[in-house]
Design a binder for this molecule. Structure first.
Ligand SMILES: Cc1ncc(COP(=O)(O)O)c(C=O)c1O
Length: 403
């Protein structure tokens, strides 16, 4: 069968608009398309491929587990799931883990658990959830309604209720909404899809204090920030604040679908048998790969390398910006980096992404005005340099060559 981009338009539901190229092979931070053209990968499968493509430890985990047992479902437990759960609880505040298949599902579990906890502990009236404008928590109807972009939840019929949106980094806006009826506040410690916006340390601390005051749970959505992305195993570890529930996905599987919800024994106990579940959650293949990814990333040297690469990246981007002056801010943490366009170039982030692809570089956007980079956490400095050279060519293509 001939597989071309045209086939996408014939057989796929048109909810995505991929470019013309179809990648067929990847190695480290490089990818090749059907024509053999090479790309530097600064997108990392949207912050998923924490160890790049086809990392030997992950390939080995897939190969070994694929000859043991693929799937049992939740009627049985399995060794890779228990090992990964032990490692997650050893490395974090959490004592209990629930496995899902995606970030959205991990959030669904977190939000349902918060509601069930409040229902059991305080009664039916304590069901309100506070989230933030511009936040992103996934695409189920609950997750898009909790998320801070109405465009994603409008037009799908009645929405789940008792969900309020405060303004990120504005503690007074949380204070105005929170009450004894709040069961949870959910936030990204650094907003990813919303534009790479870091939380103020005082804001995070203030939200924690408000949750304590009103007996509400604090849920950190670390689907994008987790597993080394910010240069810390989880971003909360650098914030001085500990959440009650944390969700993880994306990099947790290094490219194999997995999600996890982490919490304490006291909160977890409200998910009794029958309250929640998933056929694939805790799948041995996913957990075996997850374990290999986690073992590799949970390493001080690797995490220090992520922070060092941030410097390298930011310096390169700032140097490009010194020549072209199109960005008003270059920001982010670790290898979650955003470059925000100046107002006169507003709305052109997608065009830059498309030009980058033409120049042999894969990158992302975070909204209309921010170009986003989420490469492998172990991307070699040479690949960063080559990718930035190609990025500059893309900028030159759109904004004119500088002398
Ligand atoms: C912070 C955050 N939460 C949740 C999600 C949804 O994850 P998934 O696409 O795996 O369902 C994303 C995806 O971009 C995310 O960035």
């Amino acid at each position: 069968m001939e597989v071309t981009r045209a086939l996408f338009d014939e057989v796929m539901v048109p909810n995505y608009a991929p470019p013309a190229v179809i990648p067929v092979r990847g190695e480290g931070s490089r990818v090749w398309d059907q024509e053999g053209r090479e790309y530097i990968d600064f997108a990392g499968g949207i912050a998923v491929n924490c160890l790049g493509h086809c990392h030997p430890a992950l390939v080995k985990a897939v190969q070994e587990q694929s000859q043991k047992v693929w799937h049992l479902a939740n009627v049985m437990t399995n060794e890779p799931a228990l090992r990964l759960a032990r490692k997650l609880t050893d490395a974090t505040f959490a004592e209990r883990v629930y496995f899902a298949n995606s970030g959205t599902e991990a959030n669904e579990a977190a939000l349902k658990l918060a509601r069930r906890w409040a229902f059991n502990e305080y009664g039916e009236q304590k069901n309100e959830i506070i989230s933030f404008e511009r936040s992103f928590h996934g695409r189920t109807l609950f997750a898009v309604t909790v998320g801070g972009q109405k465009a994603y939840s409008d037009g799908f019929g009645p929405k789940p209720g008792a969900i309020h949106h405060a303004i990120y980094n504005d503690l007074a806006s949380v204070e105005a909404l929170i009450s004894e009826n709040t069961c949870a506040v959910i936030m990204e410690p650094l907003q990813g899809e919303g534009g790479i916006i870091d939380a103020d340390p005082a804001f995070i601390k203030g939200v924690r204090d408000l949750c304590n005051k009103h007996n509400a749970l604090l849920i950190f959505d670390e689907v994008q920030t987790g597993v080394g992305r910010t240069g810390h195993l989880y971003a909360y570890m650098d914030s001085g604040v500990t959440p009650d529930i944390l969700t993880s996905a994306k990099a947790l599987g290094g490219g194999f679908p997995i999600g996890a919800m982490l919490t304490t024994t006291e909160i977890a106990k409200h998910f009794t048998p029958g309250t929640h579940g998933s056929t694939y959650g805790g799948n041995p293949m996913a957990c075996a790969v997850g374990e290999a990814a986690f073992d590799t990333v949970n390493d001080d040297e690797l995490l220090a390398g992520v922070r060092q690469r941030h410097q390298h990246f930011a310096e390169g981007l700032n140097a490009i910006n010194a020549r072209y002056g199109i960005f008003k801010d270059i920001r982010g943490k670790g290898l979650l980096v955003g470059a925000e366009l100046k107002d006169e170039h507003a709305g052109r982030a997608k065009e830059i992404l498309q030009a980058a692809t033409r120049q042999g570089l894969l990158c992302l956007v975070a909204g209309p005005n921010v170009v986003r980079f989420t490469p492998s956490l172990i991307i070699p400095n040479d690949d960063i340099d080559e990718g930035l050279t190609r990025f500059e060519k893309a900028i030159a293509e759109l904004f004119g060559t500088q002398d």
